[in-house]
Write a protein that binds this ligand. Structure first.
Ligand SMILES: [Mg+2]
Length: 236
């Protein structure tokens, strides 16, 4: 059972720093981890963020920054790829902080940087243009998200490569997600399915849910509360 964090376990809030998983999430994930072959949180957040926000998620694999970081025995392990791109990302983040109009939030994640306009949607065009320009100049790749855009290293994977890697030895794999960044995970499920694995793609609905994600899902959950409820029922 593989799941996204923001918008799936944690309701979306204006300040990305203030996001919290719904109470009880870590306990339910731990209980599932004791019963299933694998429970993993696969997120665009840094791995250190995931350990801070799910400190009680025992036995749960935490994959951060789209797989560029992993928590192993409670310690964050960064890929070589992630390390190599840190200075480039820092430079772009510095520029974003200097140039961004008021209301744009620059979220520094170490090996990636996200620009948010949740509290200033009028600047959606600005972050899009900035990301396009910064991507062209730096080699980073711009990935649009819910009221945001993220600049990430060109290689080092996406949620799809994480799902494919973690799901490789399993006979049944489910992935839950709410945003465009989860589409590669759904695509990875398709590839696993073609190889004989039973898969379940769960989209988490919201007023901002991308139509292509809902269309690609086997099941749609109404929101993080519905996800938590469904995970609880798995415990029986
Ligand atoms: Mg999400």
């Amino acid at each position: 059972m593989l799941t996204d964090f923001d918008g799936t376990l944690a309701p979306i809030v204006d300040d990305p720093d203030a996001a919290e998983a719904l109470p009880g999430s870590a306990e339910v994930l731990s209980a599932l981890a004791a019963r299933l072959a694998l429970v993993a949180v696969v997120s665009g957040r840094p791995a250190s963020y995931l350990t801070r926000h799910l400190p009680d998620a025992r036995g749960v694999v935490l994959a951060g920054l789209y797989g560029l970081e992993r928590v192993v025995d409670g310690r964050v392990v960064e890929s070589d790829e992630a390390r190599r791109w840190r200075p480039v990302v820092a430079e772009v983040a510095d520029r974003a902080e200097r140039e961004a109009p008021a209301g744009v939030t620059v979220e520094r994640k170490g090996s990636s940087v996200a620009l948010h306009v949740r509290t200033a949607p009028q600047h959606a065009g600005w972050i899009e243009r900035f990301a396009e320009h910064a991507a062209g100049g730096s080699g980073l790749v711009a990935h649009p998200g819910r009221m945001s855009v993220e600049l990430r290293p060109p290689t080092g994977g996406d949620k799809g490569s994480v799902v494919e890697e973690l799901g490789a030895s399993l006979s049944r794999v489910a992935f839950l997600g709410d945003d465009r960044g989860d589409l590669p995970a759904f695509a990875a499920l398709e590839r696993l399915r073609a190889g004989g694995v039973t898969t379940l793609a769960v989209a988490v609905d919201s007023t901002e849910a991308p139509a292509e994600l809902l269309a690609a899902a086997d099941v749609v959950a109404a929101g993080p509360a519905a996800v938590l409820e469904a995970l609880r029922t798995l415990l029986g």
